[in-house]
Design a protein around this ligand. Structure first.
Ligand code: 9MR
Length: 369
């Protein structure tokens, strides 16, 4: 039996929830950028299962698209050859649907967060090319197939490039590419082909970090898109992750990435936006080189840091708005600072879910256009 809740009661509940966080009368980001691009965030398991209601309130109020931060990664959803763990991803998709968000699946093929056993046979030896392709096909058809019509965009291949634009020497490349120049794109081609077959209506993306800081890497992504298109494969967009810092990326670097990717005819998306407040240490997006403890930053809340953070966000959003014809989505990698993978103060909402100076700077950038 369906329980009915009076509409007025719901409205009061909703306003109450919105007022418990988010600085109340502040504008909703998805409304502010309504005419420009979708606005979203990476959602973690606590948020989608009701264990972090404040984060959920923020997400519902500000986002019209969401990405699963971890629960669709191979290791989480397919931990053993014959075992799938659907529950957390189901919760993510249900949460997005309830809140009418454009749902992003992250990610199908990645060198990281994939069990080593995927690449080995029973005796511990590397699989053959055909055997690994068969495993990849089964994974993609099963995961994409389960959410057919419900996950609207997929990061099909994640982080396949080196800084110099060549292909990363991952187990995917080593085994399926067989060291042959002619076969180097094969695993990527197959991933896009099978994802499309499993859900012909889903958008398909290539996603990577550092495209805005390394022209060579960005050129590698452009070459990859052109190659897939030359094979007649569907690729809708490229995700510039944009894990930035207080002093990077430069406007020139980001603009080069946006314009050169858009010139290939794909949509450009900012898929994992955050601004690291730490000024020292590792800068990349490789999580194996980052620990939350070593990146916690005692000066993150200092007014000077927050001002720099606001300025960098304003600069980035002004540029994104300039290129809004090519940019379809901007997704933050987390919801508020406590949920960030990186420590410090990298997002628009602080550890108490309150909007920071950077939030208002982003809103102002939209009003200025
Ligand atoms: O934010 C994610 C963190 O919680 C995970 O431990 C980590 C490893 O799975 O991945 C983080 O997200 C990464 C994303 O999936 C791909 N680009 C880089 C992101 C930050 O490391």
């Amino acid at each position: 039996m369906k329980k009915t809740v009076p509409i007025a009661g719901l409205a009061i509940l909703w306003i109450g929830a919105a007022q418990s966080v988010a600085g109340q009368n502040v504008p909703s980001l998805k409304d502010v950028f309504k005419a420009d691009f979708l606005i979203g965030g990476a959602l973690n398991r606590n948020l989608v299962t009701g264990r972090d209601p404040n984060a959920a309130d923020l997400a519902v109020r500000h986002f019209n698209t969401a990405t699963a931060e971890n629960d669709l990664k191979w290791q989480r959803i397919h931990p053993q050859l014959s075992e799938y763990n659907w529950e957390p991803a189901d919760s993510f998709v249900a949460f997005c649907e309830q809140n009418r968000m454009f749902v992003i699946g992250h990610c199908l093929v990645w060198h990281s967060q994939v069990p080593r056993s995927v690449f080995r046979d029973d005796t511990g030896n590397n699989l053959t090319r055909d055997a690994l392709l068969a495993r990849m096909e089964e994974h993609i058809r099963t995961v994409v197939g389960r959410y057919k019509g419900r996950i609207q965009g997929w990061d099909v291949v994640n982080e396949a490039l080196n800084e110099d634009g060549t292909l990363r020497n991952s187990s995917w490349l080593q085994i399926i590419g067989e060291g042959s120049e002619d076969k180097r794109y094969d695993y990527i081609e197959c991933a896009f082909r099978w994802a499309h077959e499993a859900d012909p209506n889903a958008e398909l993306y290539y996603n990577d970090y550092g495209l805005e800081t390394s022209r060579a890497k960005c050129d590698g992504a452009v070459a990859l898109v052109k190659h897939l298109k030359s094979k007649g494969l569907r690729i809708d967009g490229v995700g510039i992750q944009l894990h930035g810092g207080l002093t990077y990326p430069s406007v020139e670097g980001l603009e080069y990435a946006i314009t050169s990717l858009a010139a290939t005819g794909v949509k450009v998306m900012i898929t994992e936006l955050d601004i690291r407040t730490q000024t020292r240490g590792y800068r990349g997006a490789d999580v194996s080189q980052v620990s939350r403890d070593s990146t916690s930053d005692p000066t993150a809340v200092a007014a000077e840091t927050q001002k720099k953070l606001a300025d960098k966000y304003a600069e980035i959003f002004s540029l994104l708005l300039k290129h809004k014809e090519d940019i379809t989505r901007v997704t933050f990698w987390g919801v508020y600072d406590k949920t960030s993978w990186i420590g410090g103060s990298p997002l628009l909402f602080d550890r108490n879910c309150q909007p920071k100076e950077a939030f208002f700077a982003v809103v102002k950038a939209a009003q200025r256009q």
